[in-house]
Ligand binder design. Structure first.
Ligand SMILES: Nc1ncnc2c1ncn2[C@@H]1O[C@H](COP(=O)(O)OP(=O)(O)OP(=O)(O)O)[C@@H](O)[C@H]1O
Length: 871
């Protein structure tokens, strides 16, 4: 018996250190009486099984077998003696037996050792594989739970432990018991033996694993490796009916796939060989009548296993979960270790079903963002996308669908798409708002007289919305120039947005005031008259005047400037004779300056000129042409303009990629008119498809415009523009001469605006820049306009009423029926006090509850209507 085997007989110890230790270690034979007892009670095999599992600690043995031993009638002393004997006995009785690792995985020894069973030298590396292979395949263990049904005991795939029919399964001592030869049959079945060891290797770690289903309790092992019921043991030997029942349910461990190899008795090798041979035949004979596939495969199918269990198993395997629980179940079965896919031996129909199910589950897992959260989602559930649906398909879909309906991938909606998708909604809101604005807003300007020329004038011009913008982009007009009796000075930008949830549309109505605002219907002549004519006149008088176009690309800068250039030339020639003016035309591309008057566009250096008042820069060698007629002047300007660098952009088919500076000098007076058509401001999105060079160009344009804005800010507050501000860009260097003469300089900035909703962000940026320039130059005046407009448009809240307004309201409300209340109120009774009156107060004031209630309601109504008209 294994317990009594001496250590000298051990062929392969656990580790090298143990090898040394065990070679000199003698294990005492246990008490023969005890040995007999164990054998009589069928416990000797159990002990050996435990030994092979590496369970050698007395405490563990006691835990695992104490019940059986006690029931077998062993005294405590005997049990302890037995435990000591087991502990001293070699843990491994076979060279094939794997070693139990600290985590309970059995593996072959790490040192190169000749394996007696197969004669193969196992290298350390191979032993690592052996460790991996030794990871328990739980299927047989689970299958063992069904071992009580001998008729349907399945064969395990991949030649794993074969069920041995009881007819061949007489108890035999294993060939790997120390000192005993390994039978040829065992050698032949080395694989099986390995697998069996593998199977048995799973129990010890689970004993210690806290997460184990059974909490690692001893009965698990007792049941997982039931003692073989010797044929010689009659049921009457059981101490109790319950015990008898338990034992009846036990079968020869060798009939249970996954149970440890049983000891062979000397001379049983032949039988064993027969047994294996028979078992192989049996396996071949019953390829599909298996239960273990069921329990082995299902856990891999995760959430779908219950269905499958019910669907598949019409036999006792249907009780798998219950049995699993009863047995403690050891490790959860996993598929894919040490055997072929169980499906390979399954009925075709079942295989198909499982495959379909697996596929479905895989799909579910993919679509499930997190396996952890089983809670139902409050947001709209992810919709299943067909193969044809890509991001572009979703974009198209999103366009036609209200954003409030389950937005799939909200990040795919950009502002402009949402605007276009909800065009009608926004247009209606805009029209409603515009209808509320009174058509006659007082204006200081009458439209015919030129405004008083301030150093910096800021104008805004809206260009028309083009039909292709409406057709292609479903765009709509979001710029509204507020009509006025005289000339418009305000406009509203309706910024159509969605709240952060991307479901709630909203419109921000942003008002801006300028020296003059031109609607899309304004004619070029009108613009010239208001914005440039005064500056032309000032230049003629010897001043330095500058007209500067500023705005996003495609908003109409060049369109407006062309008209101004032509009309200015006409004006100047009308009053002046020949050779009285000169025209130079240069363009700035980044920091480089080119002469547009010369066909080959020579590059010009910017030369610094030092003057007493300020330093400035001039393009050295720029050609100055002296036109002899208006026509000639216009032709010169036209030719130069055509030489200007342009290219196709997202926003403009003929976008100017440079700043164009046309300087007209008045030779007699020394005056100068500088017409600057800036390159369009670009946002990152506009240049997204540009080449690297073009993107660099765009960056330079924006940088120079920023420098220009800085200079204008100094100018608008009548501060001296510092040199560093001028030197920041080529544009400001060239404009230094005009802008630095504070006393004599005039600057008109025309902000050109595109009205399309998709250009809202550009337009807003331009408006903000323009408004900032202007407000600083004229302090509170523009604010007053804004306030007066808001006062006219929005009723002040009763809370803000002065005592005079309170009395006035009381005298007039409801046709004066509350005029008498005025007398009851103190003269200083403010709106703040009025809104605090309760209904009871009102009743007391009015002398009757009915009147009091009416007054109270009228007041509330006034408050409500005022709230509604607030911006
Ligand atoms: N007030 C307007 N009335 C009619 N058409 C206009 C008006 N303003 C601009 N346009 C047209 O819009 C288009 C773009 O105008 P323009 O080239 O002047 O833009 P831009 O601001 O100079 O652009 P960029 O900065 O890219 O050069 C042109 O076809 C122009 O004719």
């Amino acid at each position: 018996m294994g317990c009594g085997a001496s250590a000298s007989q051990v062929s392969v110890p656990k580790r090298p250190s143990q090898l040394l230790r065990r070679s000199s270690h003698e294990v005492d034979n246990p008490d023969p009486e005890l040995q007999l007892l164990l054998e009589n009670h069928g416990l000797s095999t159990q002990m050996q099984s435990l030994q092979q599992l590496g369970v050698t600690k007395p405490g563990h043995i006691a835990d695992l077998l104490v019940t059986d031993l006690e029931e077998a009638g062993l005294s405590r002393v005997q049990i302890r003696q037995l435990q000591r004997a087991v502990a001293r006995a070699p843990a491994s009785t076979s060279s094939e037996s794997p070693v139990v690792s600290p985590v309970g995985i059995r593996a072959n020894t790490g040192d190169a050792a000749t394996t007696p069973a197969n004669g193969v030298t196992v290298s350390p590396k191979e032993s690592v594989h052996a460790v991996q292979d030794a990871i328990p395949d739980p299927a047989p263990v689970v299958a063992a739970q069904f071992a009580a049904i001998p008729a349907s005991i399945p064969s395990h795939p991949n030649g794993q432990p074969k069920p041995i029919t009881s007819g061949h399964g007489s108890l035999k001592e294993p060939g790997n018991i120390p000192g005993l030869d390994v039978s040829p049959a065992d050698k032949l079945c080395a694989d099986d033996g390995t697998q069996m060891a593998r199977n048995t290797g799973q129990a010890p770690p689970k004993e210690k694993t806290p997460t184990h289903q059974s909490g690692g309790k001893p009965p698990l092992y007792k049941n997982a490796f039931p003692s073989p019921k010797s044929p010689s043991v009659s049921p009457t030997q059981h101490s109790s009916p319950a015990r008898a029942a338990t034992d009846r349910s036990r079968i020869d461990s060798r009939t249970i796939p996954g149970s440890p190899p049983l000891p062979h008795s000397v001379g049983d090798d032949e039988d064993d060989a027969h047994a294996h041979a028979d078992s192989n035949i049996e396996n071949a004979a019953e390829p599909e009548s298996t239960l273990e596939f069921d329990v082995t495969l299902l856990p891999e199918l995760a959430s779908g296993k219950e269905d499958l269990v019910q669907g598949y198993v019409p036999s006792p395997a249907a009780n798998a979960p219950a049995r699993l629980g009863a047995f403690g179940a050891g490790p959860q079965p996993q598929v894919g270790r040490g055997g072929p896919a169980p499906s390979a031996q399954m009925p075709a129909a079942l295989r198909q079903r499982l495959e379909a199910r697996e596929e479905e589950l895989r799909g579910k897992r993919k679509s499930r963002p997190s396996e952890k959260s089983d809670e139902p989602r409050t947001r709209s559930p992810p919709t299943r996308r067909s193969a044809s649906e890509g991001p572009s398909a979703q974009r198209v879909q999103a366009r036609g669908r209200p954003a409030s309906v389950g937005a799939v991938g909200r990040q795919m909606f950009d502002k402009n798409e949402l605007r276009a998708a909800h065009r009608d909604l926004f247009v209606e809101a805009i029209e409603k708002y515009q209808a509320k604005i009174p058509a006659t807003v007082d204006s200081k300007a009458d439209g015919t007289h030129l405004p008083n020329l301030k150093p910096v004038q800021v104008y805004a011009r809206k260009r028309p919305l083009f039909s292709d913008e409406t057709a292609k982009r479903n765009d709509f007009d979001v710029l509204h120039v507020i009509p006025a009796k005289g000339a418009s000075e305000q406009l509203v930008l309706h910024n159509c947005l969605f709240q952060a949830d991307l479901r709630t549309p909203m419109v921000h109505h942003l008002r801006f005031a300028f020296d003059r605002v031109f609607s899309h219907e304004a004619r070029d002549e009108e613009v010239y008259q208001v914005c440039a004519a005064g500056l032309v006149a000032a230049a003629r008088a010897g001043q330095a005047s500058t007209v500067l176009m500023f705005g996003q690309t495609g908003s109409g800068k060049t369109h407006t400037m062309r008209a101004i250039e032509t009309l200015a030339a006409e004006d100047l020639f009308r009053d002046l004779g020949k050779n009285m003016l000169s025209i130079s035309f240069v363009e700035l591309r980044g920091a480089r300056c080119f002469d547009l008057q010369v066909a080959n566009l020579p590059e010009l250096k910017l030369r610094e000129v030092r003057e007493a008042s300020a330093n400035f820069f001039v393009p050295e060698g720029a050609v100055e042409v002296h036109p002899q007629s208006v026509g000639e002047a216009c032709a010169i300007i036209q030719t130069a303009r055509q030489r200007r660098a342009t290219s196709v952009t997202e926003a403009n088919d003929e976008s100017s990629r440079s700043h164009a500076i046309c300087t007209i000098r008045l030779l007699d007076t020394g005056g100068c008119l500088t017409l600057v058509d800036c390159a369009g401001t670009e946002r990152r999105k506009d240049s997204a498809n540009h080449t690297r060079e073009r993107q660099h160009e765009g960056a330079e344009i924006n940088a120079s415009l920023y420098a220009l804005k800085e200079c204008i800010r100094f100018m608008s507050t009548r501060q001296r523009i510092p040199q560093h501000a001028f030197r920041a860009s080529a544009l400001t260097k060239l404009l230094a001469r005009s802008l630095s003469r504070l006393e004599t300089s005039l600057l008109a900035v025309i902000c050109t605006l595109a009205p399309a909703a998709s250009d809202t962000e550009h337009t807003l940026s331009t408006l903000r820049t323009g408004a900032a320039l202007r407000v600083k130059s004229s302090c509170g005046t523009e604010r007053e306009i804004l306030q007066s407009v808001s006062a006219k448009n929005h009723d002040p809240h009763p809370r803000q009423w002065s005592p005079h307004e309170v009395h006035g309201w009381l005298r007039n409300v409801e046709n004066g029926c509350f005029a008498d209340v005025c007398a009851a109120l103190p003269a200083e009774f403010t709106g703040q006090m009025l809104v605090r009156l309760t209904e009871a107060h009102c009743s007391r004031l009015c002398g009757s509850p009915t009147r009091g209630q009416l007054l109270f309601e009228l007041l509330r109504e006034a408050m409500r209507s005022s709230n509604q008209t607030q911006p």
